[in-house]
Design a protein around this ligand. Structure first.
Ligand code: PEP
Ligand code: MG
Length: 360
């Protein structure tokens, strides 16, 4: 990776000597991972795998999968996606040079993947050996009035365990290849939108079964972790139970803010300006961590999680991860790391050091 040079690199070097928080990046491609490494990221805190499916050939296989009515059809679509995903993860692990990489299982708002154009529906129907009207009816059945609170995150893995299994096989398959090439790999598999211990147990069992089987067959030394996003208030409220099964937590403050305030993360721009102008809210809660609301949930979730598992690793991967006052809050609460977009990594390194100096 192209590193930073000159006085900035020197200042950031001083910051690194002072800061306690780790700084990771959110990256979905080897290119972003490599840019972030150049800026000093010490791992990936979030790879959003749904972002890997928007290319033409992939979105087609994805559409096949979500509109399939039989397990056999779904498995056919998944077998096309598996080698593509394995390549993706191979590239990302390699770019991260042995630092931990947190890969999140699929978390799509389903509607973003459904075909809308008649031509696309016709093509898909043909491929799947379905009539146009039959497929159109299936798509209508999948329609949701509130997709962001609907059939997304781990709910997909609960209904279609084969998706979580495919992604696990791709992650562990890529890691095994690299281990055989002599590289150190630290995969962390993260489950999105968890609300409940039993739900986590169910999805984790799918992951562990596939991963352990592959590692045993390959006969390699590979340690992986399974953890969870904490991004629904109920997960923060029950974090002591969830920590029984989660090997790490990562707070998703985008969804946590949406669900704590009841503000749609996609539509809140229509009214939030008035809240700021009229002094009802001091800051935009999606831009700065709301310390008395969402921040309290982060603090409580961390404390509860660590009451069960004292060495629980906790991070944050929402957009706040690179915002200086939010980074300071994460430092005060005792998080292990923040994860932000590649270009915010230097800011987060500085902010993490400043947090130490300010609160000495
Ligand atoms: C979040 O909800 O904060 C998060 C990191 O996940 P996403 O933005 O992908 O929903
Ligand atoms: Mg989220």
């Amino acid at each position: 990776p192209q590193g930073l040079e000159g006085p900035l690199a020197e200042v950031l070097g001083w910051a690194d000597e002072i800061r306690r928080l780790g700084v990771r990046t959110n990256a979905d491609t080897p290119k972003d991972a490599s840019i972030a490494r150049g800026f000093g990221a010490e791992g990936i805190g979030l790879t959003r795998t749904e972002h890997m499916f928007f290319q033409e050939d992939r979105i087609f296989a994805m559409r096949q999968m979500i509109t399939s009515s039989t397990l056999e059809q779904r498995k056919k679509a998944l077998s096309k996606l598996l080698p593509m995903q394995e390549d993706d993860f191979y590239g990302i692990f390699k770019a991260m040079e042995g630092y931990p990489v947190t890969i999140r299982l699929l978390d799509p708002p389903l509607h973003e993947f459904l075909p809308k154009e008649d031509e696309d529906i016709r093509d898909l129907a043909k491929e799947m050996g379905m009539g146009y009207d039959e497929l159109k009816a299936t798509i209508e059945e999948l329609h949701e009035f509130n997709p962001m609170m609907g059939f997304r995150g781990c709910r997909l893995a609960v209904v279609y365990p084969e998706i979580a299994e495919m992604q696990t096989r791709a992650i562990i398959g890529a890691a095994i290849k690299l281990v055989k090439e002599g590289m150190n790999v630290i995969p962390e598999i993260m489950i999105p939108l968890i609300i409940e211990l039993e739900e986590l147990k169910y999805v984790k069992a799918i992951i562990v079964k596939a991963a352990d089987e592959m590692i045993r067959e390959a006969g390699v030394d590979l340690v992986y972790k399974v953890g969870t996003m904490i991004e629904v208030p109920r997960a923060a409220l029950t974090a002591d139970e969830i920590a029984r099964e989660a090997e790490f937590f990562s707070f998703g403050t985008n969804d946590l803010t949406q669900m704590t305030f009841g503000f749609s993360r996609d539509d809140y721009g229509k009214f939030v300006g008035h809240y700021l102008e009229k002094g009802i809210l001091p800051t935009d809660p999606f831009q700065k961590l709301d310390r008395v609301g969402v921040g309290q949930l982060v603090k409580m979730g961390t404390e509860k999680g660590r009451s069960t598992r004292p060495d629980l690793k906790v991070g944050i991967c929402g957009e706040h991860g690179g915002e200086p006052s939010s980074v300071e809050f994460c430092h005060l609460v005792g998080l292990n790391y923040v994860s932000c977009s590649p270009y915010r990594v230097p800011i987060a390194r500085l902010a993490a050091a400043q947090a130490v100096i300010k609160n000495r």
